[in-house]
Design a binder for this molecule. Structure first.
Ligand code: SF4
Length: 260
């Protein structure tokens, strides 16, 4: 690609953002939660595993420990057993106990709603804090998870893999009000199309604006086979239902499974 002016780069980035909004108008944090505490716990559990795996353990976990007060007093072994399928369960158990106790002792049992306070909780880094701020408190933030870092590089938005540098470079291209939505849309693309190992360039909705187009499968039919979740071949009905505004809960009740 020719040397791109900063203005052209910003315009291209925003075009990608808009197109992703058309393809994934239902993009959202894919962890199931009903309050900030549940999202905080689910996000801590999501390290090194998939949201699908986390969503499979949290209903039972939250039934037993619905808030910080209950989790702060949880039996360590029992907690480990419940979250074991998410991996690294000993470290995660320590983090959940630690953050629940800190929330009880320092925040009257309520999850704090500022970056500074959130990152002081055990096991909570900037990425987790921004997920919670953006999706539970409506405070815009860029989630620099593995998908966002990978795609920001492929899009030419950054040349770094350092999360804070990536966050800064992305922040310069977008309006702060769009940060959370942008993160959700990019993560959706990363999970469904632009995979780490075999990106489906030939079936990618933003290939036209991506300087890395062609690093993955470019044959449209072969690329389609690489798509995941609702975009996978044979799941057109599910994708259409989501575009029509059906919620994930409604679709699950109708018998759809969420795996690819
Ligand atoms: S064109 Fe290829 S590299 Fe670029 S975002 Fe799409 S799948 Fe990823």
């Amino acid at each position: 690609m020719r040397q791109e002016t900063p203005l052209a780069k910003k315009r291209r980035a925003r075009k990608i953002y808009r197109v992703l909004g058309e393809v994934f108008p239902y993009a959202h944090a894919e962890l199931d939660f009903s309050n900030p505490f549940e999202l905080l716990v689910a996000t801590v559990l999501s390290a090194q595993t998939t949201d699908i795996r986390v969503n499979s353990v949290t209903p039972q976990l939250f039934a037993q420990y619905p808030d910080a007060a209950a989790m702060a007093q949880a039996d360590e072994t029992q907690l480990q057993t419940l979250i074991r399928p998410t991996g690294f369960y000993k470290n995660k158990t320590r983090a959940l106990l630690g953050l629940s106790q800190a929330i009880m002792q320092e925040h009257d049992g309520q999850v704090p709603d500022t970056l500074n306070e959130l990152v002081k909780l055990p096991g909570v880094g900037r990425k987790t804090a921004f997920v919670v701020l953006g999706n539970a408190f409506g405070v815009p933030g860029i989630t620099t998870d593995t998908h966002v870092i990978r795609l920001a590089n492929r899009f030419g938005w950054t040349e770094s893999t350092n999360a804070q540098v990536v966050e800064r470079d992305i922040a310069a291209l977008f309006e702060p009000k769009d940060y959370t939505e942008l993160s959700n849309r990019v993560i959706f693309l990363g999970r469904r199309v632009c995979h780490a190992k075999r990106p489906a360039c030939g079936a990618c909705p933003v290939a036209h604006w991506c300087p890395s187009a062609g690093i993955g499968e470019i044959n449209p039919q072969a690329a389609k086979q690489l798509l995941a979740y609702e975009l996978a071949p044979g799941r057109e009905q599910l994708h259409q239902a989501l575009l029509n505004g059906a919620t994930r809960a409604e679709l699950q009740a109708a018998g759809y499974k969420w795996e690819a």
